[in-house]
Design a protein around this ligand. Sequence first.
Ligand SMILES: Cc1cc2nc3c(=O)[nH]c(=O)nc-3n(C[C@H](O)[C@H](O)[C@H](O)COP(=O)(O)OP(=O)(O)OC[C@H]3O[C@@H](n4cnc5c(N)ncnc54)[C@H](O)[C@@H]3O)c2cc1C
Length: 381
Amino acid sequence: MHFEFNDDQKEFRNHLSRFVDERVAPQAEALDESGDFPRQIMEELGELGYLGIKYPEEYGGAGLDEPHIYHAIFCEELARGSLGVGSALAMHTSTATFGLYKWGSEELKQRYLIPALQGKMVAAFGLTEPNAGSDAASIRTKAVRDGDDYVINGTKIFISNGTQANFVTIAARTAPGKGFDGISLLLVDTSTPGFSVGRRLEKFSNHCSDTAELALEDVRVPAANLLGEENMGLINLAQSLNDDRMMTAALSLGLSRAAFDASLRYSQEREQFGRPICKFQAVRFRLVDMLTRLESARLYTYYAASLADQGKDITKEAAMAKLMASEAANYICRMATQVHGGYGLMMEFPVQRFLRDSFFPLVAGGTTDIMKVIISKSLGI
Ligand SMILES: Cc1cc2nc3c(=O)[nH]c(=O)nc-3n(C[C@H](O)[C@H](O)[C@H](O)COP(=O)(O)OP(=O)(O)OC[C@H]3O[C@@H](n4cnc5c(N)ncnc54)[C@H](O)[C@@H]3O)c2cc1C
């Protein structure tokens, strides 16, 4: 296993890192308090061309040879400034636009993908339902063919960017009774009659990444909005779900770095018993444990991204990267509050936000248990 960043990737990170320090990190606290979707930041990143990292130049993308590595850097750096900003925008630039890019008609791409990559439209991805989370194949939302249209009925829950989205890739059952192979993907414009945001969901974590319940009542969309072959939606989505896990792994790395950096700094400034607390072995060892988990997860995540860029199947590696990085983030953020003592519990210190945010990657893109289910399949057991 080997991975090293090349000069172009380092330069890309430096450039983005400056943007994060100037435009994202200073707003993180206020966005966490207000829960506002980071629209201004999204528009700025769109103007700078960062939203199209994964896509070809003809749609306003960057046309990169190693989109997975660059997208991981994008997610890591944004999440270092704010996990909420990172996850809202990573969903937009990855899972929520992937189906449109991969299987959408040219007309749909002109109408939705180009403005999305410019930061002028927001995208969401709707798979999860109140009764179908880990068991995604049990979704009940139905799309019934009626002439040149599909008519969709159902409810989606926990949909990131849901209250803001201009369009949503909806997974719906098109063949009743079938399992994985009876589901299709349809692009739904959120201005279509019958589409509504049921409610914006309040959560303790990741505030400015908006989460919503969506209702679809006799939503009529043209059959041309079908993304990919009918009934093959979930099977086709396999690559996208791997990307979703890679994105969550990279977001976890950024959050971990923010928590580690804050803890190292604090341990050098805070004095007890006449010396900085980093001079106590217990604190030093805690920092060492945090860094070791961060660097291991980081190396593995970029290794998995580099395999994806070589066109390899990364089903196992994406699940391992996501498992490792999200669990590391949760541990690192918990240890960060310990390093901060009583101040770690105070709202004026960012570590409480880091800890709250660190619960999001444990669930997003599939839970820790589901990652283990996927990895164990590779063992043939
Ligand atoms: C903030 C947030 C944003 C999200 N954004 C989106 C989005 O944009 N689009 C979207 O479609 N979805 C989204 N999700 C949904 C997310 O993918 C699901 O929450 C996740 O897959 C888990 O499903 P569930 O919540 O229904 O939990 P459940 O599936 O009910 O799981 C409950 C518990 O049972 C365990 N469990 C379930 N099945 C198994 C099994 N086979 N083996 C072992 N353990 C098992 C789980 O690990 C978990 O601990 C989001 C979720 C959150 C919290």
